[in-house]
Design a protein around this ligand. Structure first.
Ligand SMILES: NC(=O)c1ccc[n+]([C@@H]2O[C@H](COP(=O)([O-])OP(=O)(O)OC[C@H]3O[C@@H](n4cnc5c(N)ncnc54)[C@H](O)[C@@H]3O)[C@@H](O)[C@H]2O)c1
Ligand SMILES: O=C[C@H](O)CS(=O)(=O)O
Length: 488
């Protein structure tokens, strides 16, 4: 690995189960490589079903003692973990850029974003209030208490290798749950480094466990079928989410699903055009377009279409594409060759059906085969594949519309409902469109909306549940009703 860590102990190859670093019982390992150049980083242990069962059992053993701590005691340990994450921000960001590819500045930003969930839920731990309810009978008293669900499983994606974990582990641990995390096999190093820092923070053995393996199906099979696991929190694609939902049904697990998106980004003719261009840049090209909330379809009212397209292309032309450690780079590689092929197919389908590339439009000759040029397409229509597919690449397809009603209909014409955005300075239109959009989140004159203080999540086939905010801890608690009788 040609990157030096200040704390070399953060580079882990074994999984973390019951407070121990374990290799695979099979002795198998698999290679982690840098998507920017294919360079080998490290071989990691390739765990499977047997070791996952050990992790679930370790989490079960730790859960009651962890729940028995006071909220303040759990919060103190979570704050220590948060502090260590921030103290090791550069090392964690280096591991992230190495294994996922995002530019180092973005990776540092994600580390801080990820830590914010630990900080937020350390506070929330102490606000899990129950109720005393006016009774229905004079000889009884009616109360509720909130208790952690128990053992939680988390399955997370490669595109935000820290924040998607802490967005689950934060509320789960705050609520008194214990957790078994299966990160993506594309990006396990950040997850293992988080486990090392949790260990250093003094979070007890078995409270947080990380199982790494190539065979997601086998690991997930245990996490969804084992009755000890009472909750699955999944972030990833909608097809996999549907599969996991079906697998969890057999043991009636609680589930949270953070799935795919197809975000509309609507620019009305009364918008501040420069602000709309900046918002589109911020939403579309973050992580080279590999986020679930990226503007996926940019809908522009016909009167300002050409002006918006030109301004956007002008801004995109200033981007630098390359290795995430490169000076001034803001567009990194896509995660793997399959990701490049998918983006190529979507762009080719659009171009062959009449769309035009104002800028970009193909793999970067300069940066290499794993990099797609930041692209702006015009003349794109609803009939093209790019309208109904999550691009997950640095490609902005521009669609033209005439009326507000047409824009809302186009925006809602998808099974997905995660993030949406629109730019307008008309107050009546802002209320009408906000209420008409069928999405879990709406950015109004803003392209960057994610924060630990706000409820993140989708509707329709983008999932269920919310992460972050005062709502996020509800995903990890049960409300128990106590009826106290014999009081006549
Ligand atoms: N809504 C959100 O908050 C959010 C956030 C990030 C990414 N995403 C979505 O995730 C997708 C990109 O991430 P990805 O490529 O890692 O998604 P993915 O669904 O391919 O994989 C996600 C996780 O599921 C695991 N997995 C895959 N098949 C499995 C199986 N059969 N059983 C158990 N686990 C299995 C993977 O190993 C990985 O850990 C995009 O669709 C993106 O929109 C959504
Ligand atoms: O890709 C999905 C992430 O949830 C994006 S964000 O960092 O939370 O905006």
């Amino acid at each position: 690995m040609n990157v030096t860590l200040s704390q070399p102990a953060l580079l882990k190859s074994h999984s973390y189960i019951g407070g121990e670093w374990l290799s695979a019982t099979s002795g198998q390992t698999f290679a982690i490589t840098n998507p920017a150049n294919g360079e080998h980083i490290i071989d990691v242990a390739d765990l499977g079903a047997e070791e996952t069962t050990l992790a679930v059992e370790a989490a079960e053993k730790a859960q009651k003692p962890w729940q028995a701590l006071t909220a303040k005691e759990r919060a103190t340990l979570l704050r220590r973990w948060n502090q260590l994450i921030l103290e090791n921000q550069d090392d964690l960001a280096k591991l992230m850029t190495l294994e996922q590819g995002k530019p180092f500045a973005e990776a540092k930003g994600e580390v801080a974003y990820g830590a914010s969930f630990i900080d937020w839920f350390a506070d929330e731990a102490r606000r899990l209030y129950g109720d005393v309810i006016p009774t229905f009978a004079s000889d009884r008293r009616v109360l509720t208490i909130k208790q952690g669900i128990g053992v939680v499983a988390a399955i997370t994606p490669w595109n935000f290798p820290i924040a998607m974990i802490t967005r689950k582990a934060g509320p789960a641990l705050a609520a008194g749950c214990t957790i078994v995390i299966k990160p993506s096999d594309e990006t396990p190093l950040c997850a293992l480094a988080l486990a090392e820092l949790a260990h250093q923070a003094g979070i007890p053995a078995g409270v947080l466990n990380v199982v790494v393996g190539k065979n997601a199906k086998d690991i997930g099979g245990v996490l969804t079928a084992n009755p000890i696991v009472r909750k699955l929190s999944f972030t990833g694609s909608t097809p996999v989410g549907k599969l996991l939902l079906s697998q969890c049904a057999q043991t009636v697990k609680r589930t949270s699903m953070e799935l795919g998106g197809n975000a509309p980004f609507i620019v009305f003719d009364d918008a501040d055009l420069d602000a709309a261009v900046e918002g589109a840049i911020n939403s579309k090209y973050r992580n080279a377009g590999q986020t679930c909330v990226c503007a996926n379809r940019i809908l522009v009212q016909e009167g300002i279409y050409d002006a918006f397209a030109e301004k956007l292309a002008q801004r995109v032309s200033s981007f630098k594409t390359g290795d995430g450690f490169g000076e001034g780079v803001n567009i990194g590689p896509l995660i793997n060759p399959a990701a490049i092929s998918k983006v190529e197919q979507l762009v080719e389908n659009a171009l062959s059906n009449g769309a035009k590339a104002l800028i970009g439009g193909s793999v970067s000759q300069e940066a290499g085969a794993q990099f797609f040029e930041p692209t702006v397409l015009t003349g794109v229509t609803e009939e093209m594949d790019i309208f109904s597919n999550e691009i997950f690449g640095p490609v902005a397809p521009l669609f033209k519309f005439k009326s507000e009603e047409e824009a809302v209909a186009m925006a809602n014409n998808t099974p997905f409902g995660l993030a949406s955005y629109f730019y307008s300075q008309n107050l009546g239109r802002i209320w009408r469109v906000s209420e008409a959009l069928e999405y879990g989140m709406v950015g109004i004159n803003e392209g960057l909306i994610s924060s630990e203080v706000a409820p993140f999540g989708g509707v329709k086939e983008s999932g269920s549940g919310r992460e972050g905010s005062k709502y996020g801890i509800d995903e990890y608690v049960e409300t128990k009703y106590l009826c106290m009788g014999g009081l006549a």
